[in-house]
Design a protein around this ligand. Structure first.
Ligand code: PMV
Length: 355
């Protein structure tokens, strides 16, 4: 049997963040989170996504995985953990064939730009389609979650909530769409890239250390559930003033417990801090919230604003000379299948097609 499929998926940026697990193996979070799935292309026309082709074939002796043209070592713990989503899908399909996975990111990998989320959601969609498994996006999100937690939110477009769930087996810890991508079309995410270096401490290891050592972490868990409900309400009412302050506070709160970890962890750098001060100053000068910054486990900023404030915010970010690049992204519609002609695999030679 030879069966293949190619999909494209995009990262998501959490407005209420996930940080800490109640189950390490199943990747079950301590709190629910909510994110925006980003659009495939920036306003300047740059692609901001992962394309993944999966081919199952009895001509393959082992699983092989190429990421950005480089063959990955599947005995590496992190890669293997992500890759295990393939085994779940193979089991569901009752299939034994090995897989060739070829994945390409159009943005810097492991730079805090959530490449694992787009990568795993593209992989899960492509593998399930190749195996002809009729799984819902919700079911696929449960599988993606076990590759990398935040990846489960990239299975849907729009504004997506990952329910923490309570069950020990994780069946109620899935993603679902809260509002679709057309709910608030004025929303813009300005991604300010300040560094493309690989982060020193992965989010996986960082959140574990926070849980083990931060006395403030308990306080985060006490507040974050209520913050999520307020965020949903602000989105529902399209109240940008309320939305922006909730986003800023949650980013600050997560980075506070990260700093409270012992030994401490810093994901933000001096340029990130300059962005924080500049946005706070802009909001103060305007006398209302016109932008909100949020940072994942890295120094790059996602600045959420509205179309009508965009040029003002870009003006402020443009004044920070150490920002390398600014991408302007919209809310996206989630993963989609690509045509056979877009496949990244040469099915004759079982090799990646060079770009
Ligand atoms: O799923 P992971 O291991 O990539 O963790 C992601 C954690 C944050 O990006 C910092 C927050 C989030 O909810 O996306």
């Amino acid at each position: 049997m030879d069966a293949s499929s190619t999909w494209i998926a995009t990262p998501n940026i959490a407005l209420i963040k996930y940080w800490g697990k109640r189950d390490e193996k199943l990747i079950l979070p301590n709190n629910s989170s909510l994110s925006i799935t980003l659009g495939e292309k920036s306003e300047e026309g740059k692609e901001f996504a992962t394309r993944t082709s999966v081919l199952f074939s009895n001509r393959l002796k082992d699983d092989v995985f190429y990421l950005d043209g480089i063959k990955q070592d599947l005995s590496n713990k992190d890669t293997a953990e992500r890759h295990r989503v393939l085994d779940f899908l193979r089991d569901m399909g009752g299939v034994k064939e090995k897989a060739l996975v070829v994945s390409r990111n159009s943005f810097p990998t492991a730079s805090g730009l959530a490449s694992s989320a787009s990568g795993i959601s593209a992989l899960v969609c492509a593998a399930a389609a190749a195996l002809d498994l009729k799984l819902s996006r919700k079911e696929l999100s449960v599988i993606a979650r076990q590759g990398s937690g935040s990846a489960c939110r990239s299975l849907f477009g729009g504004f997506v909530r990952w329910n923490k769930g309570d069950r020990a087996d994780g069946t109620d810890s899935y993603a679902e769409q809260t509002f679709d991508e057309n709910h608030w079309p004025e929303i813009v995410d300005l991604v300010a890239i300040v560094s493309t270096e690989k982060k020193k401490i992965s989010s996986r290891s960082g959140m574990k250390q926070t849980m083990q050592t931060s006395p403030l972490y308990r306080a985060r868990l006490d507040y974050v559930g209520g913050a999520l409900e307020k965020l949903v309400d602000a989105l529902d009412r399209k109240d940008f003033d309320a939305l922006a302050s909730i986003i800023i506070k949650d980013s600050n709160d997560m980075h506070a417990v990260i700093l409270d970890t012992y030994p401490p962890i810093f994901y933000l750098n001096d340029i990130s801090k300059e962005i924080i001060y500049s946005i706070d100053e802009l909001n103060a000068t305007e006398g209302k919230m016109v932008a909100a910054y949020t940072f994942d486990a890295g120094p790059n900023a996602n600045v959420i604003t509205l179309e009508r404030y965009k040029s003002k915010v870009l003006g402020v970010l443009g004044g920070i000379d150490r920002i390398n690049d600014i991408l302007r992204l919209r809310v996206g519609s989630g993963p989609r299948a690509l045509d056979e002609q877009d496949s990244l695999i040469d099915t004759e030679t079982l090799a990646p097609i060079r770009p």
